[in-house]
Design a protein around this ligand. Structure first.
Ligand code: EPZ
Length: 425
């Protein structure tokens, strides 16, 4: 029997109302990996997503106990007890579930002094090597043998601090080193480290458990190794890409929405773009209001960069909005090699996009029309939802499992704002 797994979106319904922005997937995942080193911790605002469940399955396989509860405000809390860790491997089926499984390597190594894993899965955005992860862990004293399928890692002596300069500010590699170095002997310094808010959140979590991590003003991360981490109760930051996605949905469908529980300072590269496109924004400390009642205008060019630059994860949702803008917008993707797969799906809906290599040129059209399209990856799928909300007629979006990896109740939340989305799973 064919498995149904799609949204059916009836477009051109205005969005009005309030949205609570859930916790950040990309902050929660490394924190869950790091929880392996703590006795017991409680993660507040933990998003209830398939990627988080994949991380939970890895923790359970390793011998941790996990429990979901709901706090007084109705928000999800995930408790992890890591005192019974008994395994030091991640089976291939769990590794393939998501890219972030690689961040468990630093944690398992620090906890067990050995680890056996295979290569991680995740969104198909072009080649996603793990060479920076592995060379950095080697500098901390890890011996790694690769046979093309499996990685056998061990620490012959002790994990020790090291000076590491990353060739590229890789988010995952920075996280892996931070986690492993927390329990290493001596000082580790990571230069050219990633500076994403999720890195600060991981440092905040580890420090709350007794780690000694400092992030300097130039982004350098200094970690003074400690012997043991205790536990803590920690609140994950709100998801900045989920916030951008709702803003783009509103830009495409028109309307006025208020995002609550968000951190506008994490969106400093995206908000000016939306303003230039003609969206009216009111920026509060933890709230963000967007009002889009007039036709959108194009912006000359948008170039993705590591934080604090324009985030690669925001490219696809903003591209969906640009499809409706008057004039041409040029998108330049500098992080991943193949991040425009969704562009061809947008074209099925009547968008005018020419994409080649790392550059895509979007010429705005007056209206998109409904079509049968397929999610190619997480953010590309979210872009199709945003585009479908502004399109005339019905759009059938297939393969929405990608979207469920990163968005909690996307259909229900948008429906509560006035959208018309049927989710068939
Ligand atoms: C994180 O992926 C995010 N994932 C991604 O979010 C995000 O797109 C990306 O950072 C960039 O911001 C999580 O946090 C779970 P990288 P990560 O290592 O850590 C190359 C989403 O939609 N590279 O900074 O995998 C790599 O190939 C996702 O939520 C190497 O060459 O990103 C890429 O071109 C998708 N060797 C670039 O660096 C390495 O060893 C950036 O990757 C590691 C990375």
């Amino acid at each position: 029997m064919m498995e149904t797994n799609r949204y059916i979106v009836d477009g051109l319904h205005r969005l009005d109302g309030e949205v609570w922005v859930h916790g950040a997937k990309n902050a929660a995942l490394p924190i869950l990996a790091a929880s392996l080193l703590c006795d017991e911790c409680e993660i507040e605002n933990c998003p209830d997503l398939s990627d988080v469940h994949a991380a939970e399955n890895i923790l359970k396989h390793l011998g941790c106990k996990t429990l979901w509860e709901t706090d007084m405000n109705g928000k999800k809390v995930l408790s992890i007890k890591s005192t019974g860790v008994s395994a030091c491997d991640i089976p291939d089926n769990l590794m393939r579930e998501m890219r972030s499984s690689i961040v468990f390597l630093g944690a398992i190594i620090a906890q067990c002094k050995k680890a056996t894993i295979s290569y991680p899965g995740g969104c198909e955005l072009g080649p996603r090597p793990i060479d920076i992860h592995l060379s950095s862990l080697r500098k901390l004293g890890v011996e790694i043998q690769e046979d093309g399928e499996c990685l056998e890692c061990s620490v012959p002596q002790k994990l020790h601090g090291a000076e590491i300069t990353l060739p590229f500010p890789s988010v995952g590699a920075t996280e892996n080193i931070m986690i492993a170095a927390t329990l290493a002997e001596g000082e580790t310094v990571i230069r050219n480290a990633a500076r994403e808010p999720e890195i600060l959140d991981l440092a905040g979590f580890l420090n709350a458990c007794g780690a000694k991590i400092k992030i300097l003003s130039d982004g350098t991360v200094a970690i003074h190794g400690v012997n043991h981490l205790t536990g803590c109760r920690y609140r994950v930051i709100p998801d900045r890409i989920v916030a951008v996605t709702y803003l783009c949905c509103c830009a495409a469908a028109k309307g006025e929405i208020l995002l609550k529980g968000t951190k506008p300072e994490h969106l400093s590269a995206v908000l000016p773009v939306l303003e230039e496109m003609g969206c009216k924004l009111k920026i509060g400390r933890e709230e963000l209001q967007i009002c889009c009642n007039t036709p959108l205008q194009s912006v000359s060019s948008i170039s993705t960069m590591p934080y604090p630059g324009f985030p690669t994860d925001a490219l696809a949702p903003v591209m969906a909005a640009a499809c409706f803008a008057h004039g041409s917008t040029v998108f330049i993707e500098n992080i991943f090699q193949d991040r425009f797969k969704h562009a061809w799906e947008l074209c099925r809906m009547g968008a005018d996009i020419q994409a080649e290599g790392r550059i895509a040129v979007v010429r705005g059209v007056e209206c998109l029309h409904g079509a049968r399209v397929r999610c190619t990856d997480l953010r590309g799928g979210a872009a199709l939802v945003a585009a479908a909300l502004g399109a005339r007629g019905k759009t059938v979006i297939e393969d929405i499992r990608h979207v469920l990896r990163g968005y909690e109740k996307l259909d229900k939340t948008l429906n509560s704002l006035g959208a018309s989305i049927i989710c068939e799973l």
